[in-house]
Design a protein around this ligand. Structure first.
Ligand code: SP5
Ligand code: ZN
Length: 342
């Protein structure tokens, strides 16, 4: 399987995140993608190529123009305040507060365009997130040109980012951008299967009212897991999108004996939808040793995950999302791809 990768992700390296009430080194770190790349090489998965520039247009098909401008300008606005450390949000417009006026000040903008504090903006963040989106779009190019499934080794991840807000280590929604680009290039229906441990709230919200994208997510039950405020089983879509959104909230401690059947059910829904192509939001933070997650999948389970997804027989674009057990992230991600190809 072909891999798309760019070193540009190193330009995004947040210093700290607020977790369990303390500032800790960011779990979402550059070595994650380095480890996946190393494993792709070790296993001889296939060629590795650099992305090409796709410009802002495909981003603006999914994201709000004001939000994209904010992402581009945030670091310089922050620096203009005399700050040289990472930019982080610290105030949010919850119930009853106004969102009809967009603040001018950088601290107001950071809160307006985010839903949590897991999104440091650094000097290189804009270039890194642009490049990550280009990796996904170049993966799509390759898939369309060759007819073969492709691996977009994206970093930073994207599935928590909605049309106009960032959060959960995500800025631009790479999977959503690729899915929309598929439609714009002639696909009639695209399915997005999100196997990251956390609910793909951003992707769900982007396509919630649409029938041309089916979204399915297996994740920690939001009653007890981040992102808490989306991802319940009763979220089935709205308007034209009703019936095209499927959530599988799963309990802490979920292992393959419960994960496998949920995945099989999701795949039967994908088969019934009969999409032209599949995008997989590939997070491997479902791993038993993940430092911030509570599922119990083992290394070998990722081979089975790949086999089950491969059983659909669809042209598939894998888009890297989460996974924080850095020692095992490469093994687990590449196991999915090897299982898929087997
Ligand atoms: C892309 C992705 O996987 N984003 C995940 C963002 C998660 N951020 C909040 C994590 C909260 C973890 N709480 C458990 C702490 C364990 N000590
Ligand atoms: Zn995750």
């Amino acid at each position: 399987m072909l891999t798309i990768y760019s070193d540009d992700h190193h330009l995004h390296h947040g210093n700290a995140e607020l977790i369990d009430g303390t500032l800790k080194p960011c779990f979402e770190m550059p070595s994650r993608a380095d480890m996946v790349l190393q494993r792709v090489r070790q296993t001889g998965l296939g060629d590795i190529i650099a992305p090409t520039e796709h410009g802002l247009q495909p981003l603006l098909r999914v994201h709000d123009a004001g939000y994209v401008r904010f992402l581009e300008q945030a670091w310089s606005l922050w620096q203009a305040e005399g700050r040289n450390h990472d930019a982080l949000p610290l105030v949010w417009p919850v119930r009853g507060l106004r969102t009809d006026r967009i603040p001018q000040d950088i601290d107001g903008l950071m809160g307006y365009y985010s839903f949590d504090a897991g999104v440091p903006i650094t000097a290189g963040t804009w270039q890194a997130i642009r490049s990550s989106a280009n990796v996904a779009l170049s993966g799509l190019d390759a898939m369309l040109a060759t007819g073969h499934s492709t691996f977009a080794l994206c970093r930073p991840p994207g599935h928590h980012a909605a049309a106009d807000y960032m959060g959960g280590y995500c800025y631009l929604n790479n999977a959503a951008i690729a899915a929309q680009a598929m439609l714009d290039r002639g696909a009639k229906r695209v399915a997005i299967l999100d196997v990251d441990y956390h609910h793909g709230n951003g992707t769900q919200s982007i396509f919630y009212q649409r029938s041309d994208v089916q979204f399915l997510s297996l994740h920690g039950d939001p009653m007890v897991e981040y992102p808490y405020f989306l991802g319940h089983a009763d979220e089935t879509g709205e308007g034209a999108g009703l019936g095209f959104n499927h959530n599988y909230p799963l309990a802490h401690g979920t292992d393959w004996s419960h994960y496998g059947p949920a995945l099989a059910d999701a795949c039967s829904k994908i088969a019934a939808y009969a999409p032209d192509a599949l995008v997989v939001s590939l997070g491997v933070d479902t791993f038993e040793q993940d430092p911030i997650s509570r599922f119990k999948l083992k290394n070998a389970d990722y081979l089975r995950m790949g086999e089950v997804i491969g059983g659909l027989g669809l042209p598939t674009l894998f888009v890297m999302e989460g996974g924080y057990a850095v020692e095992d992230i490469g093994v687990n991600a590449v196991n999915v791809l090897s299982g898929f190809d087997s």
